[in-house]
Design a protein around this ligand. Structure first.
Ligand code: SF4
Ligand code: SF4
Length: 234
């Protein structure tokens, strides 16, 4: 088994699909929406990977830059060589999680918040985003109308013909236990469960280092709030 960072990356199907040869033209950077907003350069990602240099790759795993990509795959549409820097980013992000290096950066640490919200929501309810999960105090950007809707969800859903949190068919219905078991099984056999456990493990180490509590209940999870608001991780 290949244990060098480049060795692991080079065996990933997304690397094989995403980088064959790069002529350094910079078209990917020119088209990249993330490069407009961040100090981010997809061409640089290609250069680092083509160097096959583990120290440079390791440095990349510890930098914010790999979390700046929006995974829009616009780069795929324009690269004259058919490369897909967005796919390379996906490989690097996974490696950053597997090696625990994601906790070195502010955006990387937010993997924990994503796991605690979207990840746990899917496992526990069958929905990645469900209105009961969009809590107004976590999403002030949704404004007062959302807050009102959140607190009146049942009656509003009924008026709109949804089947909110109830058995049977319809929008926002309760997902039956046997279907949730099937979802959990899918996560087990595809490695999603162990991936979540890896995020939890390294997040716990980081929380201890920062002296922040963690809790199964989101409301009491100090580390969750710390990363959710994008607090500096140093
Ligand atoms: S557009 Fe393609 S060939 Fe040009 S720098 Fe980006 S990845 Fe390399
Ligand atoms: S997938 Fe990432 S690197 Fe590619 S264009 Fe979109 S934001 Fe840029």
């Amino acid at each position: 088994m290949n244990t060098s960072l480049f060795g692991i990356i080079s065996e990933d199907i997304r690397f094989k699909e995403g980088l064959s040869a790069c002529m350094n033209c910079g078209v990917c950077t020119a088209i990249c929406p993330a490069a407009e907003f961040y100090d981010y350069d997809p061409r640089h990602i290609c250069n680092v990977l083509l160097s096959r240099n583990d120290s440079s790759i390791e440095k990349l795993l510890e930098e914010e830059t790999i979390w700046n990509c929006g995974q829009c795959l616009s780069c795929k549409t324009r690269c004259p060589r058919g490369n897909v820097p967005g796919l390379l980013i996906a490989v690097l992000r996974e490696l950053a999680v597997r090696t625990g290096k994601f906790t070195s950066t502010t955006q990387g640490c937010q993997q924990y918040a994503v796991k605690k919200t979207v990840g746990d929501n899917i496992i526990n309810t069958g929905y990645c985003v469900h209105l009961m999960h969009v809590k107004p105090h976590l999403h002030p950007e949704q404004g007062p109308v959302w807050e009102w809707y959140y607190h009146n969800a049942e009656s509003v859903s009924e008026r709109l013909g949804a089947n909110y949190n109830k058995d049977g068919a319809g929008a926002l219905r309760k997902i039956p236990d046997e279907d949730l078991d099937e979802i959990r099984r899918i996560f087990e056999v595809t490695g999603g469960k162990s991936f979540f456990e890896t995020i939890e493990k390294f997040a716990r180490d980081k929380a201890e280092k920062l002296n922040k509590n963690m809790s199964d209940t989101l409301e009491y999870d100090e580390f969750f709030y710390h990363v959710f608001v994008g607090a500096n991780q140093k």
